[in-house]
Write a protein that binds this ligand. Structure first.
Ligand code: SIN
Length: 306
């Protein structure tokens, strides 16, 4: 039986298949649909300091090989999250990574302080500095290395749990932002969040998303995600969590070969919430077939032509 365990910072996961933020709610919504205990981890939807309604509809549209969303960080806010969600994590038997979003540094810090003040089995935090759908914060951090480093180091002082910075592809050079995150004390970066996109209904002559632009995800962005992971892998010394258009185990293996230590399944969950479980099985078969004893032996092993 191949060994699928992978480590990010001080945490070892039973396999490298996580479900991405925004696709499995707070981690507690899908127990009848899928055996979540078989995932490597669940990343929660983004939690903010106060509850948010999110953007007005329409806020999701299907596009060729993907979808565009502009949810606008709708969520229950950290206080309700700590009261109503966190205590239930003990029962579900899968590591939880809490995704945090804010509009200014103090807000991210306050959220982390509130969660750290209660006992929980959250194993780490994914810091959303890459949401393309809000007017303040989010991607403002993710396009600026100085802001990224300052935010990461402020958060690092507040927790010993895993600190993962979620990066945007909507930048000139993702390596610069990844490097800033690591200089600030991040254990890992996850790449990529969605790519700016637009969809137009030619009959109505109207944008199909209320905010005009949104974040494109799904198979359409896999080549962008792979390139970002490979670039960061070759430039920055930290484990990378690959995201972007992963639908099956072949996609997941490609991300590992590009340099990812783990992957997140996002948009594919909307079609099949058990997609991640098929990916775990497919990874096992791939390793057996190719006589790979430990999945991590594949990390960064893509052959290039130069
Ligand atoms: C959203 O809530 O608009 C999506 C979150 C994100 O892209 O980070």
């Amino acid at each position: 039986m191949p060994d699928l365990t992978t480590s990010i910072g001080n945490t070892t996961f039973q396999n490298p298949v996580f479900v991405a933020s925004g696709t499995f709610g707070y981690g507690l919504e899908n127990p009848d649909l899928v055996d979540v205990s078989k995932f490597g981890a669940i990343v929660t939807k983004s939690i903010t300091r106060h509850p948010r309604e999110g953007n007005p509809p329409p806020r999701i549209v299907e596009t060729p090989s993907g979808m565009i969303n502009s949810i606008g960080l709708a969520n229950i806010g950290v206080e309700k999250y700590v009261r109503e969600m966190v205590p239930n994590y003990e029962k579900i038997g899968v590591p939880i990574i809490m995704n945090i979003a804010g509009s200014v540094e103090e807000e991210y810090c306050e959220i982390l302080d509130i969660v750290e003040s209660v006992s929980s089995n959250i194993v780490g935090y994914e810091i959303n500095i890459s949401c393309p759908n809000v007017k303040e914060g989010g991607i403002e951090f993710g396009v600026d290395p100085l802001l990224t480093e300052a935010l990461t180091s402020a958060l690092r002082k507040r927790t010993e749990k895993l600190l993962i910075l979620k990066l945007s592809p909507n930048v000139t050079d993702i390596r610069v932002i990844a490097n800033a995150a690591v200089n600030g004390g991040a254990d890992s970066v996850s790449a990529i969040n969605t790519v700016y996109g637009m969809s137009i209904d030619s009959m109505a002559r109207k944008s199909e998303i209320y905010t005009t632009y949104g974040g494109l995800s799904g198979p359409a962005i896999k080549p962008i995600g792979l390139a970002c992971v490979h670039k960061v892998f070759n430039a920055v010394d930290c484990p990378i969590i690959g995201i972007g258009g992963i639908t099956d185990s072949a996609d997941a293996i490609e991300y590992l070969l590009a340099g990812a230590s783990a992957i997140q399944v996002g948009t594919a969950n909307y079609r099949n919430p058990a997609a991640g479980l098929s990916i775990v099985e497919g990874m096992e078969s791939y390793c057996s077939k190719h006589k790979i004893s430990h999945i991590t032996d594949l990390i960064g092993k893509v052959k290039t032509h130069e």
